[in-house]
Design a protein around this ligand. Sequence first.
Ligand code: ADP
Length: 342
Amino acid sequence: MHNACLAPSWIRTEKMAKKVTKIGVLTSGGDAPGMNACIRAVVRTGIFHGLEVFGITRGYAGMIDNDIQKLESRSVANIIQRGGTILKTARCKEFLTPEGRKKAYKNLKSHGINGLVVIGGDGSFKGAQIFSNEFDIPCIGIPGTIDKDIAGTDFTIGFDTAVNTAIEAIDKIRDTADAHDRLFIVEVMGRDAGYIALHSGIGTGAEHILIPEKKTDVEAVLASLQEKEKRKKLVNIVVVAEGDDFGGGNDLAELIKERIPGFDIRVAILGHIQRGGSPTSMDRLIASRMGYSAVECLLEGRINVMVGIVNNKMHFTPLDKAIKAKQRISEEWLKIVKILAS
Ligand code: ADP
């Protein structure tokens, strides 16, 4: 079923030639809706293949603290629709040290775990890569991040839900903006990536979308708003990614207030609601496909890769190449924003 070609660094090495019989699964770094659906897929696919599956609580911190429990098929019942992660997640400084990773290894060994599935972002993959290079435990990464900024996959678990949450919120904001003839600046998540801003902005008919991937021409934004004010188009939505090079929603509002006093401006910072909530059908589907595929990878000896989806097919990227990546934002998309918001 797998179609990607094997590169020498991905394949089972002598050191890792043992059959995988017991696997651990953890969620690490930033949480994202759909992680539970993915945990469920890993657990049930593992059990289907006769493996024992262990849940590791709080990511690498749980590996170091030996917070590891055997999971049964029923342990993951009734979680496919739940946001967050039943395994909890954490950032763990101790795992950055060789001593910390050694402790983690000893704990995995004490349970007989000989394969690991890490659901997280590029930081978690870096940790997994280093760990599997040091010890005889192969790792598979699954991209779980609302930001969608990982190389080697068209989708990451949580992105679709976060966009839909933002859209729902912006739709509501538009109602009140319309009632009062207000200009709303909506700040969405995305410190390094503008995908949530771009998708939710197009989906809600925003007049302007400010993203980190594209240098913001703030004078052009002001000129366009000025022109709109002149023709009494006072209801406007501007979506700003929190990491835009110009600044956040409040910075932009200050500048507009100063330069175009005619606008009645409000700022809405959507914040952490974008991380929570029941995952969309899309996130449940990709989480299930990726979780299933990760276990198949471990069984086939396709190790130390991140499982992704490219052109609707499973795609495997060596963990050291599964890094944060600014994908090129299509100029056509930006043109669409301009034309549709006139
Ligand atoms: P994300 O996976 O969402 O990118 P982080 O960057 O915070 O989140 O990484 C999650 C965890 O992965 C870190 O807290 C740390 O335990 C581990 N990690 C990250 N980078 C490394 C590294 N270079 N070496 C070892 N572990 C790492």
